[in-house]
Design a protein around this ligand. Structure first.
Ligand code: EPZ
Length: 418
């Protein structure tokens, strides 16, 4: 029996929510624990399937890793494997984030290409080219990547043609224990990169410039586990803001770092929502009728995040006027459009451009999610559609959102998992 969500729309939300820890920060930090001796205590790890998959991978490799509430306790004193079996790779698209750490810890790695992903091809050429420059011999065949360090990982000057988040993370993880200095030009600047580097520096790494386009890493001899609190998830915050906006609600989000959502707040304000933030609490008051916010162009941080494009499109569907979306990061990240139109949305897609004409009403229907952020946009639209919306494919939702339906029903939504 497929698990699905049943949403009865048009209920106002109210109250406050604590924002969960950031999935895309916890994942590279869990991978980074492979480089440490001693114990790591990681607070604010969200209970989501991608984190569970990362814990399983760590255990397979030989770590002792377990969750105590929202705290991950990880020791990597005796790593006994250097490959990730295909079944574990298939469980999590982003298991490529383990590549740099496994190589740095064991001198070798064998991974299977993350399966055909929901967001179009997920090449890893930038990761592999950089690792080759740092002394890794790489053989790719039959969907398997075999890596072997020639004699020792050494620093290199690496210029990324695109500020890839995953490639930046893998270079950092390969560089922190390498011989000499690594300089990354055109590095990704996402907050999750800064969080990873803050964790690594607490473990004894020497990383300078995290959050900037140029990052310098001086290799050190060893790293020791530490206590670290993962940053809040800015995309979960954007998702809950979208839910409030489409239901004309007034809510408070606890644990928001406003600089992380500087590129998102203006869209909500343009649509008529009032937002103010005081020491980590975001208060939002939304009108019954939203205005469109003209255009959304996804860009590397600090531009508008591609992960918030789908939930922002859900808001545009019921905002009066026309909103133009340009998806510049992933090749095919409009899989949710087909499902949104089943709910009555008026959206036209041409390559990376999607034009959304706001409509007065959306009507509940049976829809199917096909990837994580698209699933979130279907939940948001279900909250404002007339009648009942049934959402299948919520296993995608659970990869990145911890009990989203529980959070929303506690705020007053009529939503349940069956
Ligand atoms: C990270 O993916 C996130 N995942 C993604 O979040 C996020 O959408 C993305 O960064 C952009 O912010 C994790 O952190 C686990 P990229 P990543 O490397 O590292 C191309 C979510 O919903 N590219 O910055 O894979 C690539 O095809 C997920 O939580 C190459 O061409 O993103 C894409 O078009 C989805 N060659 C673009 O760059 C490479 O070697 C951005 O990729 C690497 C990437």
């Amino acid at each position: 029996m497929a698990v699905k969500l049943i949403v009865n729309g048009r209920k106002k939300l109210s109250g406050q929510v604590d924002i969960q820890g950031a999935k895309n920060s916890a994942l590279p930090i869990l991978s980074a624990t492979l480089l440490t001796g001693g114990e790591n205590i990681l607070h604010c790890c969200p209970h989501i399937s991608d984190i569970n998959a990362a814990i399983r991978i760590l255990r397979y490799l030989g770590s002792s890793a377990y969750m105590e509430g929202h705290t991950a306790v990880v020791r990597c004193d005796n790593i006994v494997h250097s490959e990730i079996p295909e079944n574990l790779m298939r469980e999590m698209r982003s298991s490529i984030v383990f590549l740099g750490a496994i190589i740095a810890r064991t001198g070798r790695a064998r991974l299977y290409f993350p399966g055909g992903c929901e967001l179009g091809p997920r090449p890893i050429d930038l990761h592999l080219n950089a690792l080759r420059k740092m002394g890794v011999a790489i053989d790719e065949r039959h969907g398997c990547i075999s890596c072997k360090v020639c004699d020792r990982l050494h620093g290199a000057r690496i210029s990324l043609p695109f500020p890839s988040v995953g490639a930046t993370e893998n270079i950092i993880l390969a560089a922190v224990l390498a011989k000499g200095t690594t300089v990354i030009s055109n590095a990704a600047r996402e907050p999750e990169i800064s969080d990873l580097c803050e964790y690594l520096n607490k473990c004894g790494a020497r990383i300078y410039g995290a959050g900037e386009s140029k990052i310098v890493i001086d290799g050190v001899e060893e790293l020791n586990g530490c206590v670290h609190t993962i940053i809040p998830d800015r995309i979960v915050a954007a998702t809950l803001m979208a839910a409030a906006a489409v239901t004309g609600s007034e809510i408070t989000l606890n644990g928001v770092i406003s600089s992380h959502i500087d590129s998102i707040i203006p869209m909500f304000e343009e649509s008529g929502c009032k937002i103010f933030i005081d020491n980590g609490k975001l208060h939002m008051t939304c009108p019954d009728n939203l205005s469109s916010f003209k255009s959304v162009r996804t860009m590397p941080y600090p531009g508008f995040p591609t992960d918030a494009q789908a939930v922002m499109m859900a808001v545009a569907c019921v905002a009066k006027g026309t909103t133009v979306f340009v998806e510049n990061i992933f090749e095919s990240r409009y899989r949710h459009v087909e499902e949104l139109t089943r709910l009555g949305a008026n959206i036209k897609v041409a390559n990376k451009v999607a034009v959304v004409e706001g409509v007065n009403h959306l009507f509940g229907a049976k829809v199917t999610a096909r990837e994580l952020r698209g699933a979130a946009s279907l939940v948001v639209t279900g909250l404002c559609a007339e009648g009942v919306t049934e959402i299948e494919g919520i296993n995608f939702l659970e990869r990145g959102y911890e009990n989203l339906e529980v959070t929303l029903s506690e705020l007053g939504a009529d939503i349940k998992k069956v």
